[in-house]
Design a protein around this ligand. Structure first.
Ligand SMILES: Nc1ncnc2c1ncn2[C@@H]1O[C@H](COP(=O)(O)OP(=O)(O)O)[C@@H](O)[C@H]1O
Ligand SMILES: [Mg+2]
Length: 310
């Protein structure tokens, strides 16, 4: 039988899992394109970890189906899970072994060439620390080693649950850079969860937004970001004139002391026109900033949008 060459690394159909009265995952249709870095985004308690545990076959769904690389997880479990790597919760590393030894365990188990160990140590920037016991590693070093360990088997799908949680800023930057490289370098599809929009924004090309176990959005990340109307804040000595500029153009705007806040998606040219108009009207402007809404504001915007009939 020819093996399927699926366009999706993960598909779920009406996936559901409850804990008592809590519907942790509630009719989820996920579609993760092969070769993508897929951000699985949602606030704490949205059902991300439960979904990931379902995808890895660690928990049984109450309802629905899961396909990994075209294989049904229930009927073809071994094929579905072969080539799937994951880091969920605390990474499983041997603290008394060195970084290098931890990876050697992996290459032995998976019958991969020993040379892979050095390549992976270089990839995750742990060559210098390779011969020290892991118990002395920082959290960031452990996370990078866990990533290297998960890559030993050259997974076609790598699932990472909140991979930058608890890392310091340098660790976060390194982890993001590594994740972004994986599809091109190893042909790996990456599914990573996060409760931070900024996190997903900097790593993913596709995403799903979940809230209370339900899908709020799924698709290309840039399309999601387009829906997030930015907030513009103008610091001015003439809030009235500034407010009028926005309102005349149909934008929602409010004044708060010397600041005017507007919900407006202005491009660079329009921002220049705004400043020019205010300068022309002799309005003093001491600051102009654009804030993209965070995840919470985006949820509000999107839930509100879904309540308005088309
Ligand atoms: N083993 C469990 N027993 C009871 N409730 C659980 C269990 N796992 C998760 N939940 C509940 O399911 C919901 C989703 O949790 P979780 O999947 O961990 O969300 P996330 O990873 O997005 O923060 C939460 O309300 C959580 O309290
Ligand atoms: Mg979680």
């Amino acid at each position: 039988m020819p093996s399927p060459s699926p366009t999706h690394a993960v598909r779920t159909h009406a996936l559901a899992k409850s804990f008592g009265a809590v519907a942790a995952v509630d009719g989820l249709h996920l579609a993760v394109p092969a070769g993508s870095v897929f951000g699985f985004l949602g606030p704490n308690g949205a059902g991300k970890t439960t979904t990931i545990r379902l995808l890895l076959g660690l928990v049984r769904p109450d309802d629905g189906r899961i396909e990994l690389a075209g294989h049904d997880l229930h009927r073809e479990r071994a094929q579905a899970l072969s080539g799937v790597g994951a880091i969920v919760e605390a990474p499983a590393l041997y603290p008394n072994l060195t970084g290098r030894e931890n990876l050697r365990v992996g290459t032995h188990l998976l019958q991969r060439p020993a040379a892979v160990v050095d390549e992976l140590l270089a990839l995750v920037a742990l060559r210098d620390a390779a011969d020290r016991p892991v118990r002395g590693y920082s959290l960031g070093m452990r996370q990078r080693l866990a990533l290297a360990r998960a890559l030993v088997g050259q997974p076609r799908l790598l699932i990472l649950d909140e991979p930058t949680n608890g890392l310091d800023p340098a660790g976060i930057t390194q982890m993001r850079a590594l994740i972004r490289e994986l599809p091109a370098r190893f042909g790996t599809t990456v599914l990573l969860s996060s409760h931070l929009l900024s996190e997903i924004e900097q790593t993913a090309d596709h995403c799903a937004l979940v809230d209370a176990g339900r899908l709020v959005y799924q698709g290309p990340l840039d399309r999601l970001l387009q829906r997030a109307t930015p907030r513009i804040r103008v610091e001015t000595d003439d809030p009235g004139t500034t407010l009028a500029w926005f309102r005349e153009r149909g934008f929602e705007a409010v004044a708060d002391g010397d600041s005017v806040h507007a919900l407006a998606d202005l491009d660079a040219g329009e921002r220049a026109a705004l400043t020019a108009a205010l300068v022309h009207a002799r309005v003093g402007v001491s600051g102009l900033s654009v804030d993209r809404p965070g995840l919470e504001a985006l949820f509000l915007q999107m839930t509100r949008a879904s309540e308005v009939p088309a």
